[in-house]
Design a protein around this ligand. Sequence first.
Ligand code: 13P
Length: 242
Amino acid sequence: MKKWYIANFKMSKEVESEQSIVNYAEKFIPLVEDVEDNVVICAPYIHLSEAVAQFIDTDVLVGAENCAMWEAGAYTGEISAAMLDKAGVKVVILGHSERRNYFGEDNTIVNKKLTLALKYGLIPVVCLSFETEDAFKETLKDQLDSVLKDVSADENVVIAFEPTFAIGTGKALGKEEVKQFTKQIKDQLKDKGYDFPVLYGGSVKPDNAKDFIVEAGADGLLVGGASLDPEKFAEICTCAKD
Ligand code: 13P
């Protein structure tokens, strides 16, 4: 199975201007030319068209960081899954813990977004979020039951787990913990008849990426801070080589 390396730029200072996307692509594209895994750049809405233009002749996919829970209509300020599809976007991150914590998104909302993303042919990266290890064990089944409600096993869905204490703190999980969490999620998915890839996110850097992929068996990585530097993110995308 191809691994997934997904950049989540968020609302970072480094990507305020459109030119920053152009500069990023210029540096990043030659560094990942030979990568056969799935490489995705998730950019703020306002830069998606530029990102699609920059990566058009490459294997790098462009993703959004969110989409609306409604299909279309009078929802001022929202962006629909259909709009993303028409803009050439292929992937969408859904239910990130920042969306859950700052915008009140719950599993029911994430499920609505997921259903629309699939309807419009986008690959959803569904984030599972938890604050402690105990919370992970307690909420995992419920989170999966609700976010994946009515999702059929042959859909193209990516699952990512990100403990909130590991996001942007430099306190990544250890490889043993990533291994355990990955296995628990995969087991639960299997019980439901799913075989979706399971990604880890939370303070992933070039120096810990390989452990998570090669030793912990994660199917990929969701990367925030380190993805803003094209060289660092390219190192992460090539971490499992040789
Ligand atoms: P950091 O890599 O900055 O910890 O962010 C992780 C994340 O939230 C990716 O979605």
